[in-house]
Design a protein around this ligand. Structure first.
Ligand code: BT5
Length: 315
């Protein structure tokens, strides 16, 4: 999407704007404004031109311009109907020097989970990767994973789904049978040096408008839980919250508080497979920058920085 289009979308999101004013704000001719408006109409925007100027009265269901229109975060959006992996595409953009871009897709043919696991991503889901260049040390990057999970849990709550977070990166929904199923996973990738992040990609996969039987066992979708959602509104909510929680002005301790509020893991008996062995006990807290504190049966407190966490039945 070109810069003029982007500025036009921003201008129109605040209400009607007269053509001459748009031309001035965009620094182009009135004919050029009209051309851009026509292009948006072709993409499915319903734009009226009345006395007060151009006014958006209808937005397409999903797509780059639709997601950017009214987005409460300074990100630009690249959209694909079908792509191998939005994280892989974001990585290519990172290597080309880009930043503050969201790559979103309707379907992924080679979605990735952590540790080279597969992520099933049929058409209808919300598959998105946010490329950022935060001015924070690499050690603080786990905060972004937590923030993404918080953002999804909040957005799910907004559509009436009581979603909770399993440390560190899964958003779960508990069924009537008490079984917890996975609604969303987050894959965070980065490149950097000891004290500086070069780029960061937060990949977010939400099983939105997909049938549960198109997903692996143990997975759940918003469709199965609450019916189809407006993916544009859902993703905008997630991106807005992610930005609010992680922007340079944000107090990152709020991420931990927000995470605690929506955690399924705290006060639970857990088994965590870490790179240096298994830790079992009660999860008692999450600690900066995103580590899990586990009290073992011997009464020791172990701080776990990374691993796969399993919620166990009470002993
Ligand atoms: C994750 O890995 O949970 C991270 C998933 C991140 C996916 C997003 S989609 C947008 C972006 N682009 C990508 O290519 N990836 C990101 P992990 O914790 O390793 O969990 C992976 C495991 O979850 C798999 O081994 C399956 O057991 C299970 N799984 C696979 N697809 C699933 C789905 N759609 N819903 C729930 N569980 C799934």
């Amino acid at each position: 999407m070109n810069e003029t289009r982007r500025t036009l979308l921003r201008a129109l999101s605040d209400g009607p704007v007269p053509g001459p004013e748009l031309a001035e704000r965009l620094d182009v001719s009135r004919a050029a404004v009209w051309k851009q408006v026509e292009a948006l109409r072709e993409e499915g925007f319903d734009i009226e031109s009345g006395e007060a100027g151009y006014r958006v009265v209808g937005v397409p269901a999903y797509g780059a311009a639709a997601i950017e229109f009214g987005l409460d975060a300074p990100y630009t959006v690249e959209y694909h109907e079908r792509i191998e992996s939005t994280n892989s595409r974001a990585r290519a953009l990172a290597e080309a020097g880009e930043t503050d871009v969201v790559v979103a897709a309707d379907e992924q043919t080679g979605g990735r989970g952590r540790l080279a696991r597969e992520w099933t991503a049929p058409s209808g889901g919300i598959w998105a990767s946010v490329l950022l260049r935060p001015r924070r040390p690499p050690a603080e990057i786990p905060l972004y994973t937590l923030a993404a999970a918080v953002a999804v849990a909040r957005a799910a709550r907004e559509v009436g789904v009581d979603a909770r977070i399993k440390w560190p990166n899964d958003v779960l929904v508990a069924g009537d049978d008490g079984e917890e199923r996975k609604l969303c996973g987050v894959l965070t990738e980065m490149e950097g040096e000891a004290d500086r992040v070069s780029w960061l990609i937060v990949g977010i996969g939400v099983n939105a408008n997909v049938d549960a039987d198109a997903l692996p066992t143990g997975a759940m979708s918003l469709r199965a839980e609450a019916g189809d959602v407006d993916r544009r509104a859902f993703l905008q909510s997630v991106l807005g919250a992610l930005h609010e929680l992680t922007s340079e002005e944000a107090d990152v301790r709020r991420i931990l508080d927000a995470w605690r509020e929506r955690a399924a893991t705290l006060s639970r008996r857990v088994r965590v497979e870490t790179p240096s062995g298994t830790v079992e006990g009660e999860a008692v807290d999450v600690r900066f920058p995103g580590s899990l504190v586990v009290r073992t049966d011997e009464g020791d407190e172990r701080v776990v920085h990374a691993g796969d966490c399993e919620h166990l039945r009470p002993a």
